[in-house]
Design a protein around this ligand. Structure first.
Ligand SMILES: *Cc1c(COP(=O)(O)O)cnc(C)c1O
Length: 477
């Protein structure tokens, strides 16, 4: 028995369950992310998790929870995947870390080779050919933004200081990433600290008025972007977007035609296209990368979350040779001096290589097509639900949007477990053994790829109960 189990056992002996003991000790010392801590412990009890197993999380109380959100969209092949665990353990006994400035190591080189080999590569376009490593998604976004700006500065166009981003976008929480994000609750407080960005209308298909198709909506949003760039394009260095699905913005989806138009517009105005595939990359949308579905390649591509299968923090920014070459010079100041202590960490790279190996050995993309079809069947019945206004799907993401209520999330925007309705849905789902974290009024399925049929059935049934509870129906909580 280790010290913590020992402590827990003593407390349990004193009438406190081990799970309650961990809750209490946690709240004494841990400050949680994306949380109003005041809501703990009563409105939102913490879930102490002991271990993970495929699509399941096992609580300290022995209860099992289906991880319907893949632990913030990171987990691809399932929790505690033995092949990834083994790769990390082997690497940890060999080389746990080394400074990546002036040194190199096998996992970094192999991972860079492998990522470039699978990156989108439409014919006639220069491929992505260099990889810059960082250690989380927001840091990867910072890298891409700084590279784009710095490239133009090196090239004698310092007036190109602005970024174009999309309405309802999300690119992370650091100040640079927050500046190109458009979710008011995350952004507003820090607005005085943020660089100015230009926001273009979202191509979001849900915003199409009756009679307008998703594709028409995409073209209308692209027309608006064209007008914005015609007016201000010469002050812009890059456009950043989340291809196909704006995840944090409420799993809002758009037609791939938008991405083709954006690619053309970026080329016409000679600005870089940054694809933030941090949430959608690695098979989530049905292809390895979402850009593939539009037949385009970006100039810079940000990857993180699923990169290591959800096991370790790591990010990679893929860049074209043209961008890389813009930094080659005798001057240090023209070099890209950005660095993080754990840049290219060997453990993270080894985990990522193991994850990519699983995509091949298990033919994950093919299996995902089958699983996505099963998700689609189960989602269909929600289309006629009286309290549901929209059901949408892209690959392994299903979003079920509830009718907006008087107690919708703050500003009506997508914020995790924001209002009374989202909170009631969340609590009901947890009570039924499913970790389903709504974004505002949007319940979504974003499961580990290994999810089984029974778990899918549980997910669909629980979602129904969660919606009922959200609208004041009976609860089992
Ligand atoms: C999660 C996310 C980020 C930020 O990644 P972190 O690792 O949480 O910093 C950036 N962009 C998108 C699209 C994301 O979903």
């Amino acid at each position: 028995m280790n010290r913590h189990d020992h402590d827990a056992a003593i407390l349990a002996g004193a009438g406190e369950s081990p799970a309650d003991a961990w809750r209490r000790r946690d709240l004494d010392v841990v400050w949680h992310p994306c949380t109003q801590m005041r809501e703990h412990p009563h409105a939102l009890p913490l879930l102490p998790i002991a271990r993970g197993e495929r699509e399941w999380l096992v609580g300290m109380d022995g209860r099992r929870y289906l991880d319907a959100v893949s632990s913030w969209w990171t987990c691809t092949h399932g929790h505690a995947e033995p092949r990834i665990a083994e790769a990390i353990a082997t690497q940890a006994r060999t080389l746990e870390h080394v400074i990546l400035a002036g040194c190199t190591h096998e996992p970094a080189v192999m991972l860079a080779e492998r990522l470039l080999a699978i990156a989108p590569r439409p014919p006639g376009r220069a491929p992505l050919s260099k990889v810059f490593f960082a250690d989380n998604g927001s840091a990867g976004v910072e890298v891409a933004l700084k590279m784009a700006f710095h490239w133009f500065r090196n090239g004698g166009q310092p007036q190109r200081t602005k970024f174009v981003a999309l309405e309802n976008s999300y690119h992370g929480e650091t100040l640079g990433a927050l500046a190109v994000g458009d979710i008011p609750l995350y952004r507003r407080v820090y607005a005085p600290l943020l660089a100015e960005a230009l926001f273009a209308p979202s191509p979001d298909a849900v915003l199409a008025p009756p009679g307008e198709s998703a594709e028409q909506r995409a073209h209308r949003a692209a027309d608006a972007l064209a007008a914005l760039l015609a007016a201000q394009g010469d002050t812009v260095c890059a456009l950043i977007l989340e291809p196909l699905v704006q995840c944090a913005g409420g799993m809002r989806m758009h037609h791939p035609a938008y991405l083709r138009r954006v690619r053309e517009l970026c080329d016409a105005h000679r600005i870089f296209l940054i694809a933030d595939e941090i949430a959608v990359g690695f098979g989530r949308t049905g292809t390895m990368f979402a850009c593939e579905q539009a037949g385009i390649a970006p100039d810079l591509m940000c990857l993180s979350k699923g990169l290591t299968g959800g096991s370790l923090p790591l990010a990679a920014v893929l860049a074209t040779q043209r961008i890389y070459d813009g930094f080659l010079d005798d001057s240090r100041e023209r070099a890209f001096l950005h660095s993080h202590s754990y840049t290219g960490n060997p453990l993270g790279c080894a985990a990522a290589l193991a994850s990519l190996g699983i995509f091949e050995s298990d033919d994950v993309l093919a299996r995902n097509r089958t699983t996505a079809a099963k998700m689609s069947e189960r989602a269909a019945s929600f289309r006629t639900h009286p309290n549901v206004v929209d059901v949408r799907q892209t690959g392994m993401i299903v979003a079920i949007e509830m009718a907006p209520g008087a107690d919708a999330g703050v500003d009506g925007t997508a914020v995790e477990i924001a209002g009374g309705r989202g909170l009631r849905a969340y609590r009901e789902a947890v009570a039924r053994g499913v970790l389903l974290r709504p974004l505002g009024d949007v319940l979504y399925w974003f499961p580990p790829y290994c999810i089984g049929d029974d778990a899918l059935d549980l997910l669909a049934a629980t979602t129904r109960h969660a919606i009922d509870a959200a609208f004041g129906g009976p609860t089992c909580a």
